[in-house]
Design a protein around this ligand. Structure first.
Ligand code: AMP
Ligand code: MG
Length: 363
């Protein structure tokens, strides 16, 4: 099933990449019944869509309203700028410069400084379950190159000495990493980017839009017909969605082992989300986590962190902070949904047998 899924995803990505020739393109999506309609739409119901491949992700942004194209073009340009700043592999990126700076202090772009400060706050808040310095461990497993392997625990223990968000010194836009520390904004970059795209679209007066950056969905307002957006929550064990969440003016971000993984010679599945306390792929009993909240960056960092924490700690985190909603899927095929979301969530018919639990503050 998983091999099939990989083939499907690969075919889909290859086709998409061929189609887009790896470049951003803006299509005016006219009303299907009237493909010749012009850009100016007095009914304000037409959408402009931009599709691009960036940050290793196939992205689609759909904005409704008049003259959305300039805003979409600006968003695409900004996405590529951020990709260049934050790539871990591109020698021209700021993250690459920091990771290879041999302990020197580097002055970074305000966006990078802000993203790193935010990542530090989230690392603190999650007691290091989210830790953007986990990169050397990730590399040892081969997730950065695709040359997968299972490192010995002794090797991981040595690498873990280099991990720890508190080692990163951020003074305004001046950032210092100890010589052996390496960072990776992979768990927060797309959420952060979605926030920036949202701000660009809103600045240009767009009040209805869908920003889909892979597993990161962000919606502005409602659909033009006044209804909520329907966001599919991927079924880890099935082909389609476990259910659909109706959402407006928020971010819906999922983390899951299904996104990138390999099966070791021992037959076990190892995925790309690392538990910084062990150096191994998180083995918390959760197979997918979706966080619903106001900001993409916040939901993105948190979905990764809660995936590492597991059901009990995630629930405790929700009870202590209460500033987000979540949908957790466990290895045992159970779904946990925080109160309030159940009204907007519809379980897929194919999963009608699934046990769904509502987490309530009063319990
Ligand atoms: P996400 O899909 O947002 O959950 O992010 C997963 C990506 O974040 C991985 O591919 C790694 O690049 C990075 N990562 C893995 N584990 C962690 C962690 N515990 N904290 C922060 N980033 C991580
Ligand atoms: Mg994340």
């Amino acid at each position: 099933m998983k091999a099939k899924a990989i083939v499907k995803i690969t075919v889909c990505i290859v086709m998409t990449v061929m189609l887009l020739a790896l470049t951003a393109c803006v299509n005016q999506q006219n009303n299907e019944n009237d493909p010749g309609q012009s850009l100016i739409d007095p009914t304000d119901k037409k959408d402009d869509t931009i599709e691009l491949f960036a940050m290793d992700t196939y992205m689609t942004i759909k904005a409704f309203g008049n003259h959305a194209q300039p805003a979409l073009q600006e968003a695409a340009t900004r996405i590529h700028e951020l990709e260049l700043l934050w790539s871990v592999t591109n020698p021209d990126s700021e993250i690459y410069a920091l990771n290879h700076g041999d302990g020197s202090t580097i002055e970074v772009n305000p966006a990078t400084a802000e993203a790193l400060s935010f990542a530090s706050i989230m690392a603190d808040r999650t007691d290091g379950a989210f830790d953007f310095t986990v990169y050397p461990v990730l590399a040892a497993w081969g997730f950065t190159t695709g040359s997968y392997q299972i490192p010995a625990q002794a090797e991981l223990d040595i690498l873990l000495e280099r991990v720890g968000h508190e080692k990163v010194l951020i003074e305004g836009e001046r950032v210092t990493l100890p010589k052996d520390t390496q960072i990776d904004l992979g768990a927060v970059a797309k959420g952060y980017t979605a926030d920036i795209v949202t701000a660009i679209l809103k600045k240009d007066g767009i009040t209805s839009a869908l920003i889909d950056l892979g597993g990161n969905i962000q919606v502005i307002g409602f659909k033009p017909d006044g209804s909520k957006w329907r966001v599919g929550i991927k079924d880890v064990y099935g082909e389609g969605n476990v259910g659909v969440l109706e959402a407006a003016d928020c971010a819906v971000v999922s983390s899951g082992g299904y996104e990138r993984y390999f099966v070791g010679a021992d037959g076990k599945t190892y995925w790309h989300i690392i538990d910084p306390s062990t150096g191994a792929p998180a083995d918390s009993g959760l197979v997918s986590v979706t966080v619903i909240g106001k900001d993409g960056r916040f939901c993105d960092a948190l979905s990764t962190a809660l995936f590492v924490m597991g059901l009990q700690k995630a629930e405790k985190h929700w009870r202590s902070y209460g500033d987000f909603g979540m949908i957790l899927m466990t290895r045992d095929n159970e779904l946990y949904i925080t109160e309030g979301l159940e009204e907007d969530f519809t379980l897929d018919k194919s999963r009608a047998d699934m046990a769904v639990h509502i987490l309530r503050k009063s319990d």
